[in-house]
Ligand binder design. Structure first.
Ligand code: NIG
Ligand code: FE
Length: 428
């Protein structure tokens, strides 16, 4: 991506379809039929000033506006004729701090080994640890920057970024520092998450409780004190951390003022009820979830973040039951789960395409899940996820005539411009 327009005054005009995601009276995350409400304005204009959206309406009205007429020369105008613009995607689940792709695991899986078998044999998450532990912070930052730049080229403007491939105090803090370094110079928004509880490292085999103590007593307090993380995540799974350990980690995170999210029900069912009183922002994966837990999720604001890229890449036949969740009233988000083991994709459009073709989400539902509900999953809905006056100037422009083409053209990138906090970039 090359800097295109850095003007503090930006005016998008002639947008064929503007998906504002504005929904009058909305007071919480989108659920049920409300997920279909895209707030479309045809032949639209958006004025952004100093990184914020100032007005949204038709091009005709914008060009008649006395303030715009008076300042026209100072305004950088972007002609979006024939194109679709929408809120920049909010990718609310990514693992960008790793050094190398996992090509041996890739081939083993093609030959028939399962993700769990590969992990038990020493592959999987544990095989990414050495690279991160040995890397300098600047090298990790280069990998993170590369990832977020790729995401921006695909229309993403807000990224949640987890640590989780160091799993020592020092290397988890180093990973979070690398994320912070990138966040301070990339024009988009990065939300850092401590995932010290990603798996039990080899040195703690048979002593997982000791490792949980390290996470609770050292990693979480340091990450909180040094303001290196906003969230704490846990991989709650038989092969990783138990429900009880997840509760201990959640309690430590809450005590240190950090918000909560967890990987749950990815490989086997996790009982969610014991964790719900912690009010996590998001439960992610949810391949296995009981009807009882679905009814509890429908009553709360914890987002169900679905990451179908992981199912696709692991060659799974089954996908999370998005229809069942949406129809029951659970607020659903979509994310890439960008990581070297289960989902090496940067593309939210790909996640949306899988949402439509494999999980029977409508294109409109997929768009709401990738924007406004992603923002809810990061507790950023007051600033992100829709195009409304007062919100951050985060937009993506796609070279398509109809929004349904975004998930339709899979495997190609139709994003032609991304605006992040008012800075416009076009793929070079
Ligand atoms: O979300 N399940 C845990 N974490 C990742 C996979 C991480 C890896 O294999 O490196 C996930 O799928
Ligand atoms: Fe993940």
């Amino acid at each position: 991506m090359q800097p295109a327009r850095q003007s503090p005054l930006l005016l998008l005009v002639n947008v064929r379809q503007l998906l504002t995601l504005h929904f009058p009276g909305q007071s919480g995350p989108r659920r049920g039929p409300d997920l279909e409400e895209l707030g479309i304005v045809n032949d639209a204009a958006v004025l952004c000033v100093g990184g914020k959206i100032v007005s949204v309406g038709t091009t005709k009205d914008a060009l008649r506006d006395p303030w715009i007429q008076k300042n026209r020369r100072r305004i950088a105008e972007i002609d979006c004729s024939g194109k679709v613009a929408l809120p920049g995607f909010v990718d609310s689940h990514t693992h960008p701090v790793f050094t190398t792709p996992r090509l041996i695991d890739f081939e083993k899986r093609i030959a028939g080994a399962s993700y769990e078998e590969i992990a038990t044999a020493g592959g999987g998450i544990r095989s990414s640890l050495e690279g991160v532990r040995n890397a300098e912070r600047a090298e990790l930052a280069r990998h993170v920057l590369n990832a977020v730049q790729g995401m921006a080229a695909h229309g993403t403007t807000t990224v949640e970024a987890k640590s989780g491939y160091g799993l020592t105090l020092e290397s988890e803090l180093k990973s979070l520092q690398a994320i912070r370094g990138v966040a301070s110079k990339w024009p988009g928004t990065i939300v850092p998450t401590l995932l010290g509880a990603h798996t039990v490292p080899k040195q703690f085999t048979g002593r997982s409780q000791k490792y949980v103590e390290l996470v609770c007593r050292e990693m979480i307090p340091r990450a909180a004190r040094e303001k290196l993380a906003q969230f704490v995540d846990v991989f709650c799974e038989k092969a990783a951390f138990s429900l009880e350990q997840t509760g201990q980690i959640f309690a430590a995170a809450a005590k240190n003022g950090l918000a909560l999210r967890a990987h749950v029900g990815q490989l086997s069912e996790t009982a969610l009820e014991p964790l719900l009183h912690f009010k996590p922002a998001s439960f992610d994966h949810l391949d296995h979830v009981s009807d009882h837990d679905i009814s509890l999720l429908a009553k709360g604001d914890t987002i169900a973040t679905l990451v179908p890229g992981a199912n696709y890449f692991l060659g799974m036949r089954e996908y999370p039951n998005a229809r069942g969740l949406i129809d029951a009233g659970v607020p659903v988000a979509l994310a890439t789960d960008f990581n070297p083991g289960t989902s090496p994709t940067l593309s939210m459009a790909m996640a949306m395409s899988l949402g439509c073709t494999q999980m029977r989400m409508s294109p409109a539902e997929a768009i709401a899940a990738a924007t406004i509900n992603g923002a809810w999953a990061l507790r950023l809905a007051a600033r992100k996820g829709s195009i409304e006056a007062g919100k951050d100037a985060d937009l993506a422009v796609f070279n398509v005539a109809d929004y349904r083409e975004i998930p339709y053209w899979f495997g190609v990138n139709r994003c032609v411009m991304t605006i992040m906090n008012g800075v416009a970039l076009s793929p070079c």
